[in-house]
Each structure stands twice: as C-alpha cells, then as structure tokens.
Design a protein around this ligand. Structure first.
Ligand SMILES: [Ca+2]
Ligand SMILES: [Ca+2]
Length: 234
C-alpha cells in the first residue's frame, strides 16, 4: 500500500532500520528523500509508533507437510483426496477414538498482550447430522518454550463445521499472555469424531498478526517471510 505516495515497505525499512528490507528494496533518490522526511515527522510526533500486520497462508501444496505438532489421537496426512485450492490438503483422522485430537497449524512467537490474531482455514465436513466435525481453537506456549509446550487455552470459535462440504472457520483473538508467562500462540485444527477413523480435511489456512515483531511458523516448520499488509500511525 501507499503512504503519502510512498511504498509502505520503504517507510517500514528505513524508519525501523530493518537491514533485511534495506537489502532487498531498491530506493530511487526522490523516493528516499520522501521516506526520510516522513520518518522525521514520525520522530517529531514523539509518541508516534509504527504498527504493521504480518499475514501468511498455507495450502499443503508441497505434497509432504502436515503440521507443527499434534495433540491426542490425531493422525495426519498430506492428502490428494480432497482440496479446496490446488490438489492437496491436510487430512486429520482420529485413531483411536477419544479426547479431542488436534493438528497444530500455525505457531506465532514473540507476542505481547493486546496483539490481535485472526486465523482461518477451510474445513471439509460432509456429515451435516453430526460428527465428525471440525473446529478452530488455540492455546498458548510459554516464554522460551517449544511449540509442543502448553501454556493454557486461548479458546476459539465455538461453532462446529456444519457438514455442507468446504466451509470457512475463522476467529479473532486478542492475545493474553497470562501475566507474562506466555508469548506464543498455537492455532489448532480440531476434530470431533463419532467413530474411530473418522476424518476431516483442512486447506487454505490463513493468519494475520498485528505485531510486526512476532515470528510466524507455518505448518511446514518454516518461518514466514513478512508481507507488510497495513501501516498505520497511532
Ligand atoms: Ca491446497
Ligand atoms: Ca459434521
């Protein structure tokens, strides 16, 4: 997007002195002057701070990735049996039957209280009369912990997939670190089954994080390159 006619990535790179972005962005002289003036205004305002969002998507099209971890009786596969986009999705099967199996689809670290996280995925459920069904949920990880360390529930969308085929499940969280004990967020894809080997499919996972300093880990374990989506001054 443009800020005063300047590409917001340039403003971000210069104002925040990000060496990576300085390295990959080329500046024309007149653009650089505009950016520097803009940054000076930010400094003069004094209390001004720059906020940016990070967004990422994942669709399992690499043909091998599943998730960052599991909880309970979750069996994962990168599947070509169903796909909302492309030819692959995540197949989540419950075996043996019991508990609430989960696939860890995103992990975000470096969060602070008040950060907002909006996450969604498409889920494939054809049993409109009941289970199996899917749900989107989240939990925290402790400061310095791994994706498999549990810091308490962050709740989520209480709505189950309705069984009409591919359907979007989404929820927005305002991060609560539990008085500083946690700084990580794990997005769960959950299955609620009626019988052993019930399954659902998940595709087109998306996440948007209000922090520009957080790190987003995708389902294949890679950290996601920042795609600056919005830019605002408060
Ligand atoms: Ca896909
Ligand atoms: Ca169902």
């Amino acid at each position: 997007m443009k800020v005063f006619g300047i590409d917001s990535r340039m403003v971000y790179a210069v104002c925040l002195k990000d060496p990576l972005r300085n390295g990959i962005l080329e500046f024309k002289e007149d653009e650089m002057k505009k950016v520097l003036v803009f940054c000076s205004i930010l400094v003069l305002v004094g209390a001004a701070s720059v906020f940016a969002n990070q967004t990422a998507t994942f669709g399992w099209e690499d043909g091998t990735s599943t998730a960052l971890g599991t909880y309970g009786n979750a069996v994962l596969a990168n599947s070509t049996e169903q796909a909302n986009t492309g030819t692959h999705s995540l197949k989540l099967t419950e075996n043996p039957l019991g508990g609430t199996p989960q696939a860890y689809i995103w992990w975000v670290t470096g969060l602070t209280d008040g950060d907002t996280i909006t996450a969604s995925f498409m889920v494939y459920d054809t049993t409109s009369s009941g289970n199996p069904s899917g749900r989107i949920w989240a939990h925290a990880t402790p400061v310095g912990g791994a994706v498999t360390d549990y810091g308490g529930s962050l709740s989520g969308n209480s709505t189950y997939s309705s069984g009409t085929g591919w359907e979007l499940l989404t929820y927005t969280w305002t991060y609560d670190s539990s008085t500083g004990a946690n700084d990580g967020f794990v997005l769960e894809g959950r299955i609620y089954s009626a019988a052993v080997d019930d399954f659902i499919y998940i595709d087109d996972a998306s996440i948007d994080v209000s922090s520009d300093t957080a790190t987003i880990y995708a389902a294949d374990g890679s950290t996601v390159p920042v795609e600056l989506q919005s830019f605002s001054i408060e």
